[in-house]
Design a binder for this molecule. Structure first.
Ligand code: PAN
Ligand code: ZN
Length: 194
């Protein structure tokens, strides 16, 4: 019984005391993610900064299970665009997800394939619900790590392709010292040629 993950703690601010899998996403693995390709190349030339990490608690990938873990998006910007996750739909579209803010400030960008979009604030103690069929991306708009706990159905899977092709409708950019949602021209162009 001791192998079952009945409980885990967030320690040192941004790590789980027990996890089975650690995903690292340094800048070099995120080509094409940020809108300003030149700013991306300039930053990469200065060093391969860690953009985000995920600590996963492994469970069988089947319906009835919940996959949980911790997402840590480090603070930073490429050009004016805040560090963020790749973002994805679930492969099984009819699966939801819940996030809980542990530390830091940020936004969860969401969008539907039909064109709807939404944004929710992350802060410590706040939960954010992602309904079935909504793509989701975490954005760190603060100066410290954005740490969130997540849980989603075991059989959900991840579909990164649609977001890699079209991006999100909105970019989150720093303007006058504040995060602002800005229309993503690349998304509009990708939609026209579909
Ligand atoms: C999260 C995300 C995590 C990293 O566990 O996978 O925040 O984001 P990307 O998967 O978009 O790189 C989740 O939403 N799982 O379904
Ligand atoms: Zn997800």
């Amino acid at each position: 019984m001791k192998d079952l993950p009945f409980g885990f703690d967030v320690i040192e601010g941004s790590r789980l005391d027990r996890f089975d899998h650690h995903i690292e996403r340094p800048l070099s693995t995120l080509k094409g993610l940020f809108a300003d390709a030149q700013a991306y190349q300039r930053m990469l030339a200065e060093g391969d900064r860690m953009v985000y990490e995920v600590y996963e608690v492994r469970r069988p990938a089947k319906a009835g299970e919940l996959l949980t873990g911790l997402s840590v998006v480090h603070p930073g910007r490429v050009g004016g665009e805040y560090f963020m996750t790749k973002g994805h739909y679930h492969l099984v579209r009819e699966t939801a997800e819940i996030y809980y803010g542990v530390a830091g400030r940020g936004l969860l960008l969401m969008q539907e394939e039909g064109g709807g979009w939404a944004v929710e604030e992350f802060r410590p103690g706040r939960a954010v619900y992602v309904p079935p069929c909504w793509a989701h991306r975490s954005v760190n708009t603060g100066d410290e790590d954005l740490v969130t706990l997540f849980a989603y159905p075991g059989h959900a899977g991840h579909d990164y392709g649609a977001i890699e092709q079209c991006g999100f409708q909105k970019l989150v950019l720093r303007r006058d010292g504040e995060p602002q949602l800005v229309d993503n021209a690349a998304w509009a162009r990708a939609m026209e040629t579909r």
